[in-house]
Design a protein around this ligand. Structure first.
Ligand SMILES: *Cc1c(COP(=O)(O)O)cnc(C)c1O
Length: 363
């Protein structure tokens, strides 16, 4: 029996290279693009382990949970790590980065997350990039949650390692990702004796066996389903226009923020300033006395499939996230999310009041 997912011919080296070119066009980059066959954590870890070692001093900017993960990898590589953490309700500023670089002139690596889907903030990378470039450190950017949701210009911003994944605003598959690598970053990795070689985490292996070998033969069997899906999602973005896709994310984010405030019921944008709010997802703070994960559970019980989720870990009580990206970047979806949250909040506060009255009557 034939099946659309099965019995596919292997993806050719030429097709693989053409998809890499398409990613380079999407990023507007003249750097090498390496497509990595795994979820975006693969190239993120590959970049850090490739570029950092015992001689590295890294400025690790923490504006959400991914920054914490990067700090762990950097320490594991033997790097000296300077953490710069800012509260999740705001963005880091270029001034704060500049101050850290002045205080620690030995910093030679900076890791930053562009937009944080998990906490709903976004950082001013253009300004930060100028400060990092002036200092001379290698600059790694996690752009998984910003690509196709907001402007992303790695070359203009001086990004040496720019990691993207297709599963958020690109509306593509989760099992494949990509990184653009500057000449400087290649040199850093080549000079790092601790950089992974003959390893799934090795970007240098791909340089040596794929890029420098003229992209003639793939070193491993290509993940063909994911590659075909990545190609299809790039083609769709090209045909609609990248600007149209980012504009749609910006407008649904603004509508979610305004809609949450208009809804009342004590719901507030988690990120204080609209300019610091990520177009990929909007985070909301629930009123005191209400549990965010309970509100989300109620909303999803009544309206299964809406892109609503409670904050991760310690944020699960206070934060609700509306994941309005990819196919969910529509006003219909965010309107449905807000309506469902309104009902769920009424229910949750009604139950809490009923309980309080019951307790008062019993006491
Ligand atoms: C989504 C995301 C990733 C990818 O991780 P997942 O575990 O697949 O969600 C990496 N970095 C950022 C900033 C993200 O938002």
């Amino acid at each position: 029996m034939s099946h659309p997912f099965l019995d596919l011919a292997p993806l050719t080296a030429a097709h693989f290279a053409a998809i890499e070119q398409r990613v380079a066009r999407l990023l507007g980059t003249g750097q090498d693009v390496v497509i990595t066959q795994g979820e975006a954590l693969l190239p993120l870890e590959g970049c850090i382990r490739g570029a950092a070692g015992p001689g590295t001093t890294a400025l690790n900017v923490i504006t959400g949970p991914y920054g914490q993960t990067f700090g762990g990898w950097l320490r594991d590589c033997g790097a000296t790590v300077v953490d710069l953490a800012v509260p999740f309700h705001t963005a880091v500023t270029a001034e704060q980065i500049g101050q850290s670089l002045t205080e620690h002139p030995e910093i030679d690596f900076v890791s930053l997350v562009h937009a944080e889907a998990a906490t709903g903030n976004t950082n001013p990378v253009a300004e930060i990039g100028a400060v990092v470039r002036e200092h001379g450190a290698l600059f790694m950017l996690d752009a998984v949650a910003s690509v196709a949701a907001e402007p992303l210009l790695p070359d203009a911003w001086g990004v040496d390692l720019c990691v993207i994944g297709a599963q958020k605003a690109m509306g593509g598959p989760a099992g494949v990702s990509a990184v653009s690598v500057s000449e400087r970053a290649w040199r850093r990795m080549a000079a790092n004796p601790a950089a992974p070689r003959r390893s799934y985490l090795s970007l240098l292996d791909w340089k040596e066996r794929w890029i420098d070998a003229g992209r003639a033969a793939l070193p491993h069997a290509p993940a063909q389903l994911e590659m075909l899906a990545l190609d299809a999602c790039l083609e769709r973005i090209e045909s609609v226009g990248l600007e149209t896709v980012t504009a749609r994310h910006a407008s649904v984010a603004a509508a979610t923020r305004a809609g949450a405030l208009a809804l009342g019921r004590g719901l507030e944008p988690y990120v204080y300033e609209a300019r610091d709010a990520a177009p990929v997802a909007t985070t909301l703070r629930v009123p005191a006395g209400v549990d965010a994960s309970d509100v989300v559970a109620r909303a999803l019980a009544a309206h299964p499939g809406l892109p609503l989720v409670a904050g991760g870990g310690a944020l699960s009580k206070e934060m609700i996230r509306v994941n309005h990206y990819g196919p969910d970047a529509t006003t219909e979806t965010v309107d449905a999310c807000l309506a469902a949250l309104g009902e769920a909040l009424d229910e949750a506060t009604g139950d809490a009041m009923g309980q309080a009255l019951g307790e008062a009557a019993a006491g």
